[in-house]
Design a protein around this ligand. Structure first.
Ligand code: NAD
Length: 273
């Protein structure tokens, strides 16, 4: 008996085998769930269709992966096409994972105060507004006891130098998640966010994860970093009926880093003079 026996859903945001969305999808599929996947559309001049290929290399091997379609969340027609495909394949869906973020490297590298107007708009559209757009488009196919999950980071709650404009996007995303939880509550749909500690992924690297890994290892109560598998298990939990009384919440999977009010054991290494 698996936690996801008989459950169907959408996984948005797999780029490759390091993606957090892939870790969560793997856990769901190992527990009996079936999934539809999306990939970032390939540029017309990319004859090798690299975005599609990187994801299909993973999904082609899985019987529980039922389809793979392109999705650019800045395009409403794309979003509608994904929902039509899900309706065709599954009828109703029981879970929807939104694991999508983007900001230009130029903006991520700048001090937040220098964020460009266009860069801000694009980062917000892809990283925060898209949760509303996707949830709204999915309304007609979400089952009575379904769950939506988005991926966030602590840099939306407190300034994390280097995370910059993405921190502002995560604050907006957290708020979108809570308003959605209110809007969709009467339909029985739950909406939550998982706040992951740093893990090495494509987006993570752009957002400065490498520097954060060493810090978390020293400061987090557990004295280590988290694994993809840990994010996968908690993500699956929040998308399953096991969390059926939880909505509008942010669950931290960060080895406890977010509870710290001082650098903790990091001080033992370099005591203040
Ligand atoms: N890696 C970390 O340390 C970490 C920590 C906390 C939260 N997160 C969040 O987890 C989520 C997934 O990121 P990840 O770390 O797995 O990296 P990733 O690069 O594997 O995933 C990011 C995904 O966003 C997709 N995406 C970007 N622009 C898009 C668009 N316009 N339309 C559709 N999809 C688009 C990419 O194709 C990719 O699949 C993000 O929201 C990220 O902010 C990551």
């Amino acid at each position: 008996m698996g936690l996801f026996d008989g459950k169907k859903g959408l996984i948005l945001g797999v780029a490759n085998d390091h993606s957090i969305a892939w870790a969560i999808a793997q856990e769901i599929m190992s527990q009996g769930g079936v999934c539809g996947f999306t990939h970032l559309p390939d540029r017309p001049d990319d004859a090798r269709k690299r975005n599609h290929r990187r994801v299909s290399l993973l999904t082609d091997k899985c019987e529980s992966a039922k389809f793979l379609v392109p999705l650019d969340v800045t395009n409403d027609e794309n979003i509608a096409a994904v929902m039509s495909r899900a309706a065709e394949e599954f009828g109703k869906i029981d879970f929807l994972l939104h694991s999508i973020a983007y900001a230009s490297l130029d903006d991520l590298k700048r001090d937040t105060i220098e964020t460009s107007r266009d860069g801000f708009k694009l980062a917000m559209e892809i990283s925060a507004y898209s949760l509303l757009a996707v949830a709204n488009a999915a309304r007609g196919i979400l089952s009575d006891r379904s769950a939506i999950l988005t991926m966030t980071y602590y840099g939306g709650e407190r300034p994390v130098p280097g995370y910059n404009v993405m921190g502002i996007c995560k604050a907006a995303l957290d708020s979108c998640m809570k308003y959605l939880a209110y809007d969709l509550g009467p339909s029985g749909v739950r909406v939550n966010a998982l706040s992951a500690g740093p893990v090495r992924t494509l987006a993570g690297r752009a957002a400065g994860v490498d520097d954060m890994l060493a810090l978390y290892e020293r400061m987090a109560p557990l004295g280590r970093n988290i694994t993809h598998e840990e994010v996968g298990r908690t993500g699956a939990f929040l998308l399953s009926d096991m969390s059926d009384g939880v909505t509008g919440d942010i669950l931290h999977v960060d080895a406890g880093f977010n509870i710290m009010g001082s650098p903790g054991r990091l001080l033992d290494e370099a005591p203040p003079q």
